[in-house]
Design a protein around this ligand. Structure first.
Ligand code: ATP
Ligand code: MG
Length: 249
């Protein structure tokens, strides 16, 4: 048991959930390492949702509301960290959920889908189509889901797949605490925020924006510039570090 008063309570509980997820065959061992990289960036972003993340979260939701075939892609880490919230987001956005993993086995995909079903999510995971041009198992998709999607949310993504999704003409939204990653630079919308904070924020935006008409949503999307958002995120890190340094001056 992690004591509630521990100064790093949230971070420790999150790690526990990932470790549990690993023991249950949902999270890949590599996923634990990837989370560590995410945590390091979260630390130097101040572990809170910043303005650049809020802007990206809002635009992402607007894009989803405008989409014909929106899909939320879920991997092992995402399932363990935010299953309940993904279910709620998919519902308000009228989006499909698909299981898609880098470290692939039929059994693991099934376990993730079963886990999601406990939260009322019936996730696509047929693995009956292939995204050409990608060598990793991430190429295996569902022909009712990512294969035909026009907008895809791919949190905690690998750069290669992001690139291929774009080549296949899809709009890609990612959640990645590292504003320098290939994924971050490749996506149409990059949410530099912890997934545990980002999805609840997106649910709030979805409830707020769903009453807007097409023109209003299109206006929100057209005013967005992802390069500017990434520059702001890097600036955010610089500012945070400068303040931290000032404590020693
Ligand atoms: P790329 O191939 O895009 O350059 P990478 O190889 O550095 O990325 P991966 O290991 O493929 O990274 O993907 C994991 C990414 O997800 C990391 O960049 C990490 O910062 C991010 N990440 C991990 N955990 C979280 C989290 N809880 N919330 C948001 N982002 C996270
Ligand atoms: Mg990578």
């Amino acid at each position: 048991m992690i004591p509630k008063g521990h100064p790093r309570y949230v971070s420790l509980v999150t790690r526990e959930r990932l470790v549990e997820g690993f023991r249950g065959g949902i999270t890949a061992l590599e996923g634990l390492i990837a989370h560590g990289r995410g945590e390091a960036f979260d630390y130097i972003l101040g572990e809170r949702t910043r303005e650049f993340a809020l802007k990206a979260e809002k635009v992402a939701v607007a894009m989803f509301l405008l989409a014909k075939n929106p899909v939320i892609s879920v991997n092992g880490n995402t399932a363990v960290l935010v299953a309940k919230e993904i279910g709620e987001l998919a519902k308000v956005l009228n989006a499909k959920v698909e299981v898609n993993v880098f470290h692939h086995s039929k059994e693991r995909v099934r376990r993730i889908a079963d886990y999601l079903s406990k939260f009322g999510i019936s996730a696509l995971c047929a693995g009956d189509a292939e995204l050409k041009g990608l060598s990793s198992a991430r190429r295996i998709v569902d022909k009712r889901g990512i294969y035909v999607a026009d907008v895809v949310l791919v949190p905690l993504e690998d750069g290669d797949r992001c690139e291929i999704l774009k080549k296949h003409g899809k709009k890609v939204i990612t959640i990645d605490l590292n504003p320098l990653s290939r994924t971050s630079r490749m996506a149409d919308v990059t949410i530099v925020d912890n997934i545990t904070r980002a999805i609840p924020k997106m649910i709030e935006f979805a409830k707020e924006l769903r009453s807007l008409n097409k023109e209003e949503l299109e206006k929100i999307v057209s005013e967005y510039d992802n390069r500017k958002i990434l520059a702001e995120a890097i600036e955010g890190i610089i500012e945070y570090l400068q303040k931290a340094k000032a404590n020693f001056d």
